[in-house]
Design a protein around this ligand. Structure first.
Ligand SMILES: NC(=O)C1=CN([C@@H]2O[C@H](COP(=O)(O)OP(=O)(O)OC[C@H]3O[C@@H](n4cnc5c(N)ncnc54)[C@H](OP(=O)(O)O)[C@@H]3O)[C@@H](O)[C@H]2O)[C@@H](O)CC1
Ligand SMILES: [K+]
Length: 507
């Protein structure tokens, strides 16, 4: 953000003008939130430019007939630069923190800290924010709720609970990553004339515009072999459901053929539950190697229900083995690793990295937080930082696409590109939903979709399918909602072709 600010200022828009526009956007949002007469706003202004925005909003609201009281932290109120100028332009009294009574106000503007937050709130600032949290007065946060780190969504200690957050230019990762997302309330992004951002590495909201152009719609004159063939590796007799969920997901999302590779003891139970998905007996790594000698089988999904241990490690090694049998025009086999395929490498991520680096095909891993922590337990540097940082570091370390699950799922690739989910569905917190996600992404890889786009698309469609079904969702329901989700996507694809859209970039 600071970079955009510098470039905009260099291009001729001075910082004080930007601050005026920011303060106006906040004042406008307050007026929309509380229309009517006799309104009283209390404005908390911090020592930096966030506080400067607060002083501008305070002045504009006063000019529009609001009663306004301004409170600053003592003795550190704005004393230099644009913020000091905004403070000097404020025509009213300036109060200390002790006079702040949130329950007496109709609305509070939180302009304590924004992009310049450096550490957890303490002392006076912490007490002020705690008093605000104890009242139920609506809060409009300027740029980001104070206490939330805008680049990571992390909160150390206490943070403001905003009803509405007004940010400038573009949304920030902290508006979408938890716990920041929980604090920001509704989000308004105001265009104040900041220059276009070209951040590197790019962080994007997981919107269809990130991947829609790469979506593998079936050809009018295609056939099932052209759409590819997914192998899903099943667990033993008592653990077969997870692989079947993945297999159904892969088929629904468009893999031309899906075969479940099942151990002998589970053949009959799998056979009893499968129709369009095919079945093949595979008892361990040697059998899998033999099956995969057929180079037309172009994606393997493994992990759900597979069991943790040496056998699973060997199965992963077979799926990722280097290939010398590819004929002209054949692409290398892709691989989706989830659940037990990851936990089997707990504390040994280096071994998994070596296997991934030896394969020429695309690899996507889809851990949840627990699996991620186990996999990298011997790599503390990868476990440090925000969800965005951790995902990026893991992708770079392993050399593959990493999808780190949660209500704020992050997809990262080794080059640093990343998406953050625009909010999952709470109904996805149910057994087996991750297995379906594995199948969705595996099915897209099978059809040749590039790994980063396939992971982001799988995540997005998984959420849309869950939202279409809504309350009472169980994992079996998710693939069944996919046709409706795909129809929506198809309609959007047509609109995008006509108009063209750009990915929404976060700072
Ligand atoms: N960029 C843009 O395009 C535009 C940006 N604009 C606005 O500028 C905002 C960024 O302003 P900013 O850089 O001055 O930082 P800001 O958030 O006010 O805080 C810095 C001050 O807080 C202090 N401080 C930090 N943490 C602390 C803590 N835990 N506890 C106590 N103190 C703490 C820190 O002190 P220090 O740690 O340096 O001693 C410093 O004094 C941005 O969010 C947006 O609202 C708009 O005006 C228009 C266009
Ligand atoms: K703020």
């Amino acid at each position: 953000m600071a970079e955009a600010d510098r470039r905009t200022i260099a291009a001729g828009t001075d910082g004080y003008t930007l601050m005026q526009r920011a303060g106006r956007a906040v004042a406008d949002a307050c007026e929309v939130m509380l229309p009517g007469a006799s309104r009283f706003a209390a404005v908390l202004c911090g020592p930096g430019n966030n506080g400067g925005d607060g002083f501008v909003a305070a002045r504009l609201l006063k000019e529009r007939g609001w009663s306004v009281s301004v409170h600053v932290l003592e003795p550190r109120d704005p004393s230099t630069g644009d913020a000091a100028r905004a403070k000097a332009d404020w025509p009213g009294d300036i109060h200390g923190p002790d006079d702040f009574d949130p329950s007496a106000a109709d609305l509070v503007i939180d302009a304590l800290f924004g992009a310049g937050l450096k550490r957890g709130l303490s002392g006076q600032a912490e007490r002020l924010v705690q008093r605000l949290k104890d009242a139920d007065t609506p809060v409009v946060a300027v740029d980001i709720p104070s206490g939330v780190d805008g680049s990571s969504g992390m909160v150390t200690g206490v943070a403001v609970d905003a009803t509405l957050t007004v940010t400038f230019g573009c949304a920030k990762p902290g508006h979408y990553l938890y716990p920041g997302r929980r604090h920001r309330g509704r989000l308004v992004v105001s265009d104040i004339g900041l220059g276009p951002l070209e951040p590197h590495p790019a962080t994007m909201l997981n919107d269809t515009t990130v991947w829609l152009q790469a979506f593998p719609w079936p050809d009018q004159d295609g056939h099932k072999y052209k759409r590819g063939h997914t192998i899903v590796v099943s667990g033993s007799l008592a653990h077969t459901g997870a692989a079947r969920l993945a297999a159904r997901g892969a088929l629904r999302i468009g893999a031309g053929l899906v075969t479940l590779a099942s151990p002998k003891d589970a053949l009959s139970v799998n056979a009893a539950h499968l129709t369009a998905v095919m079945l093949r007996e595979v008892n361990g790594p040697d059998d899998l190697a033999e099956l995969l000698s057929d180079s037309r089988l172009n994606c393997v999904v493994m992990g759900p229900g597979l069991g943790v241990g040496a056998v699973t490690r060997s199965l992963v090694a077979v799926a990722l083995a280097p290939r010398s049998d590819l004929r002209d025009g054949q692409s290398p086999r892709a691989c989706l690793l989830d659940a037990d395929a990851l936990t089997s490498f707990s504390g040994d991520a280096g071994r998994l990295r070596d296997l991934i680096r030896s394969t020429s095909g695309a690899v996507v891993i889809t851990p949840h937080d627990g699996e991620f922590a186990r996999l990298f337990s011997n790599e503390p540097a990868i476990l440090a930082g925000s969800k965005l940082d951790r995902s990026r570091k893991a992708a770079q370390f392993l050399g593959c696409v990493v999808l780190l699950k949660g209500p704020d799922t992050v997809v990262a690739d080794p080059k640093g590109r990343a998406t953050i989910s625009d909010g999952g569905s709470p109904w996805l917190a149910t057994a087996g939903s991750g297995d379906v996600l594995s199948g969705f992404i595996g099915g897209l890889l099978t059809q040749g979709m590039p790994a980063f786009e396939a992971a982001a698309a799988g995540d997005h469609l998984h959420t849309i399918a869950a939202k279409i079904f809504g309350p009472g969702l169980i994992a079996e329901d998710i693939p069944e909602q996919l046709p409706a989700a795909l129809r929506m996507l198809q309609a959007e694809g047509g609109a995008a072709e006509r108009g063209g859209t750009q990915p929404l970039t976060l700072a």
